[in-house]
Ligand binder design. Structure first.
Ligand SMILES: [Zn+2]
Ligand SMILES: [Zn+2]
Length: 254
């Protein structure tokens, strides 16, 4: 069995087709998926998915790419996370690729998420793009190692992966790992300790080969596991078991 550790089933491309998407999961032995929140306005929809499906979970957080929103604060996030199916804080982090200029608000928002995770004792889902140094610095300054979490859709160097692992984080690979030119991501996947690997689709984005460019969905997470199995010269069954185990030990999902 496989678990998709990061998807956005509430986004219109997927929400409009939910029944079919859940059947596809089942047919591909993708037993569970974590629906990741990107802003507080839409969080009730994400939570409702988790409440109405035993095999779906939710997180709560505000994505760094969403500017000009009412800023969440730590106690508010921790309170929203106080729910049996809300198993993580995020996605949060820094994105210096999509947005430019004075991004102090992004860093402050990230700090609030780490504080919330410490208050509610739930792991973090961290997004970082062209901002690895500041992401690691803030994680260290705020004591993110107390709760741990996952560096999602990992595209950084092996050095960044090592630093995150030292802070009790897992590394999650998306469909990018199946792309031919993703040599540095493949290299990280070859080196990383097996007890630190997660897999995700980040659907509806980033569909893996052979669906690259199409709308992604949780059922496709098996292609990511297949690529990792190939890189590690292990069986698909072993990678499936390891990544599923890692998901449940990190998120303590039941
Ligand atoms: Zn992300
Ligand atoms: Zn995402």
């Amino acid at each position: 069995m496989f678990v998709d550790s990061h998807c956005h089933l509430d986004f219109p491309d997927l929400a409009s087709n939910l029944d079919e998407i859940l059947v596809n999961m089942q047919q591909n032995n993708v037993t569970h998926a974590l629906c990741v929140s990107v802003n507080l306005e839409d969080f009730p929809r994400v939570r409702a998915l988790a409440e109405s499906h035993d095999n779906l979970y939710a997180s709560v957080g505000v994505h760094p790419d969403y500017e000009n929103l009412i800023e969440p604060n730590a106690p508010q996030l921790a309170k929203l996370a106080n729910h049996p199916k809300v198993i993580a804080i995020g996605e949060t982090g820094l994105d210096y690729f999509r947005l430019k200029g004075d991004l102090e608000w992004q860093r402050e928002r990230f700090r609030q998420h780490i504080r919330a995770a410490k208050q509610c004792h739930k792991p973090l889902i961290i997004h970082t793009r062209e901002a690895a140094a500041d992401t690691l610095r803030i994680m260290a300054e705020e004591g993110a190692d107390n709760v741990g979490g996952v560096m999602h859709c990992f595209t950084e160097s092996w050095e960044v992966a090592q630093r995150a692992i030292e802070m009790n984080f897992y590394i999650s690979f998306s469909g990018i790992i199946t792309f031919k030119n993703a040599t540095s991501v493949k290299d990280v996947a070859r080196k990383i300790p097996l007890d630190r690997i997660l897999i995700e689709t980040d659907s509806p984005y980033l569909a893996p080969v052979p669906y690259r460019g199409k709308i992604n969905q949780p059922a496709f997470v098996r292609y990511i596991a297949e690529e990792i199995a190939k890189l590690r010269e292990m069986s698909l069954t072993e990678i499936a078991a390891i990544t599923t185990n890692n998901f449940f030990s990190l998120f303590k999902a039941t």
